[in-house]
Design a protein around this ligand. Structure first.
Ligand code: ATP
Length: 274
């Protein structure tokens, strides 16, 4: 089945089927991002409710990653505003947003390959900069620091049995789960996951899907995902982007039935459904 068929054939919505109307945890208001003369985001507004999985989808080049960058502070926005828990964070640098509870998943390359899963998680829990990473034997970076947190994260991510393996010894799926673990170790309120299932086989996809769906009991998930099966199954809300704008925001059911969404995807097939 190709991506569009998967998109159209999904079963009715995932665990929750309502766009919540309470106070949003994260709010983007008319966010514009220009790279030189090119406008990658043309006034994007987004409302993310607490304890939900909120997916951002759209064809290649729609602006999903750029939106993530502006929300996490990786790139400065050109205009507009971003609020977290009612606080204006529009111009805070990324590290300050981390302190306030914003985390994003890293790429595999940000794992320390020669350190164990436990050590990787410990460093992430301590917010240690890469330069300091090898000094893990010293003071606050000692072996027992953050033991409970590390155990809880490893259990949640199915990594308990491999806590003492180096990350280079892990399977691809385990490495991708460890990336999520690094973000969780910062004890965020909201976690941004950028294609957490990319390159995975079906078994790993299923476990990652269950993990993401389970995260909303404690925190809020904002997800970029090309696999429409996953998006339709686990999202509470979906924002569909197209050409730097929001086309539609709604429940999986509403998005699936939306004519504008269907049109946007017709000429530019989704790359997912893997
Ligand atoms: N640093 C940059 N400088 C100039 N243009 C950029 C930069 N980053 C992204 N763009 C452009 O902004 C647009 C949106 O890119 P972005 O990566 O946000 O899209 P996307 O929806 O995440 O796409 P994909 O699904 O392919 O990852 C694209 O046209 C891209 O070429």
């Amino acid at each position: 089945m190709d991506a569009r068929e998967a998109f159209e054939n999904r079963q009715p919505d995932g665990p929750r089927n309502a766009v919540h109307a309470g106070r949003p945890l994260l709010l983007a208001d008319n966010v514009v991002k220009r790279y030189g003369k090119f406008q990658a985001l043309s006034g994007v507004s987004l409302s993310v409710q607490p304890n939900t999985v909120h997916s951002v989808i759209g064809p290649n080049g729609a602006g999903k990653t750029t939106l993530f960058h502006t929300l996490t502070g990786t790139v400065p926005l050109t205009s507009g505003a971003i609020h977290l828990d009612g606080r204006n964070i529009s111009h805070l640098p990324d590290h300050a947003r981390v302190q306030l509870g914003v985390a994003r998943s890293f790429q595999v390359t940000s794992l320390f390959p020669s350190l164990t899963v436990r050590e990787n998680l410990r460093l992430a829990a301590q917010g240690v900069a890469p330069r300091q990473a090898m000094r893990f034997w010293s003071g606050p970076l000692g072996r027992d620091a953050h033991g409970d947190l590390i155990g809880a994260i490893a259990e949640r991510l199915g990594l308990l049995r491999v806590l003492d393996r180096t990350s280079s010894q892990l399977s691809h799926g385990q490495q991708r789960r460890l990336e999520v673990g690094l973000a969780l170790a910062a004890r965020p309120k909201v976690i941004f996951l950028d294609e957490p299932t990319s390159g995975m086989g079906i078994d790993d996809i299923d476990s990652m899907k269950a993990i993401i769906a389970g995260l909303r009991s404690d925190l809020t998930v904002v997800l970029i995902e090309h696999n429409m099966g996953i998006v339709m199954d686990i999202s509470d809300t979906i924002t569909v982007m197209h050409l730097g704008k929001v086309l539609v925001e709604g429940t999986p059911r509403a998005v699936r039935q939306d004519e504008a969404v269907r049109r946007a995807y017709l000429g530019n097939m989704m790359t997912g459904g893997r």
